[in-house]
Design a protein around this ligand. Structure first.
Ligand code: SF4
Length: 480
């Protein structure tokens, strides 16, 4: 009988991708994914280290799984508990010390070794059982402890995990297929843990990316999101032996699959302003199927703070990239990440951030109050900003960003656009899709199905979503 695997994914789309690939790695061992934690024979917590108190959240979740494991054991079964992702990488030893009932700790670069780790875990636990049996014979003891037997792999192996992942897609991708093409980061922004948890930048070869895109499309994906911590730093080997740029890769993907799959859409995330090269900017003007939306984190609009963050670009460099993108793709919408209260941020620095937001005009954004990550240079900076000041600035920034996203969404009312439907809505008959600009679009009683791409007329807009109707007159509808 198939064993049930429950994966809880935290954080970014890279983790969503990693979770799907972990399921692929475990499928040949008889594990089938379940959406119900109560059925699980194995749980993987695929963790994220970006946000505040990340490790504490994992320990609190593990408390729940400790009880589930104890109940399963009392009933003569077991639940294998694994912690993966960036918290596993950064705090693996601490996890095994504080939560000794955890069976496996595996870092983001080592999950292709899960079968090996499970075998190691079984050997270790088998030996412990044998030892306990012998000890009981010699000196009867009450109960049996299986605690403290966890195995850990947080190496950065020499081999790339991508070369060791199965070709088969065991988990159907859904309408949007996530495809990791790049991993790791060499930028070392002073607030960020990613270079320590994900390691150095690595780009997958172009042919491997094209082959995986083909598998996702064959499995039903209507949109492919190319992923990487610094996705536009991708410089994979091309079939011609030279290093390709991301712009060239996008052209190759579109040329290969576009004609046979009309309506297929492409995106990429998350990008760094320094890596927006000429090829990539040009690709936005040349490839219609590359969606007119770009998430391009800037973090601050103050040059002094950008320097302290080690971002490697100025606020005007960022403005210049946006101007060039808009010159080739006038309808492109921008999204960004912001941090308020980075060490040393003055009122003037913060005003520069507001000014940058006013200058660019964002369709959406993620913004956070700075909180120090242990081990990062930012955490050691002397001039930390009081939390209350950072929170007040965050509120002001979010008010401005929300005004901008509301205004942007309002411009959509009355327009027609192609929407890819991705999931059911809260109410009966509702479906939720994405516009080319990443806005959720809610349509009711349309007769559409998940995976359909259809032309929709937008009838209303809020700060966070659009409402629409299937455009029957002249509308297009492509079944998945
Ligand atoms: S570019 Fe900066 S923020 Fe982005 S992953 Fe690298 S270090 Fe972190």
């Amino acid at each position: 009988m198939a064993k049930k695997l429950f994966i809880k994914t935290y954080g970014c789309q890279m983790n969503v991708y990693d979770s799907a690939r972990m399921a692929d790695v475990l499928a040949p061992l008889g594990y089938a994914k379940t959406e119900s934690p109560d059925d699980a024979d194995m749980v993987i917590l695929n963790t994220c280290h970006i946000r505040e108190k990340a490790a504490e959240k994992v320990f609190s979740e593990l408390g729940h799984w400790r009880l589930r494991k104890a109940a399963a054991r009392a009933a003569g079964g077991d639940v294998t508990i694994a912690v993966a992702g960036c918290v596993a990488q950064a705090e693996g030893e601490e996890i095994l010390a504080r939560a000794p009932f955890v069976d496996l700790v595996v870092g983001p670069q080592a999950y292709h070794r899960l079968p090996e780790l499970l075998a190691r875990m079984a050997r270790k636990q088998g030996a412990e059982r044998q030892q306990a049996k012998t000890a009981r014979k010699n000196q009867p003891m009450r109960g049996q402890s299986m605690q403290g037997l966890g195995v850990m792999d947080t190496d950065f192996p020499v081999e790339s995990k991508f070369d060791h992942l199965p070709d088969q897609v065991a988990t159907p991708p859904g309408p949007v297929g996530f495809l990791a093409i790049q991993e790791g980061c060499d930028k070392f922004c002073t607030f960020c843990v990613v270079p320590y948890t994900r390691g150095a930048e690595y780009s997958r070869p172009a042919e491997a990316v094209i082959a995986e895109a083909g598998r996702l499309i064959a499995a039903g994906a209507r949109e492919i999101a190319l992923l990487g911590q610094n996705v536009n730093a991708w410089h994979g080997d091309g079939p011609d032996g030279g290093a390709w740029s991301l712009g060239r890769l996008l052209h190759a993907l579109n040329d290969r699959f576009g004609a046979a799959h009309p309506g297929l859409r492409w995106r990429y995330m998350t990008s760094h302003p320094r890596e927006m090269d000429d090829d990539l900017i040009a690709a936005h003007g040349e490839i219609a199927a590359l969606m007119p939306f770009l998430h391009l984190p800037v973090q601050s609009g103050s040059d002094a703070i950008l320097r302290a963050m080690n971002r490697g670009h100025s606020a005007d460099d960022y403005r210049a990239v946006i101007a060039r993108l808009r010159a080739v793709r006038p309808d492109i919408a921008l999204s960004s990440d912001f941090i308020t209260g980075f060490p040393g941020e003055s009122d003037r620095d913060f005003e520069a951030t507001l000014q940058l937001v006013r200058d660019v005009g964002f369709a959406s954004a993620y913004s956070f109050r700075y909180s120090a990550r242990p081990g990062t240079p930012g955490s050691l900076m002397p001039n930390q900003v009081p939390e209350a000041v950072a929170a007040e600035r965050l509120q002001a920034l979010q008010a401005l960003l929300q005004d901008q996203s509301t205004a942007f969404n309002q411009t959509m009312v009355g327009r027609r656009m192609d929407v890819l439907f991705e999931r059911p809505g809260k109410h009966a008959g509702q479906l939720i899709g994405r516009s080319p600009w990443m806005q959720p679009v809610v349509v009711t009683d349309s007769g559409l199905a998940i995976g359909d791409v259809a032309t929709v007329t937008i009838t209303a807009a809020s700060a966070t979503s659009l409402t629409g109707q299937l455009a029957l007159a002249g509308g297009s509808r492509e079944a998945a």
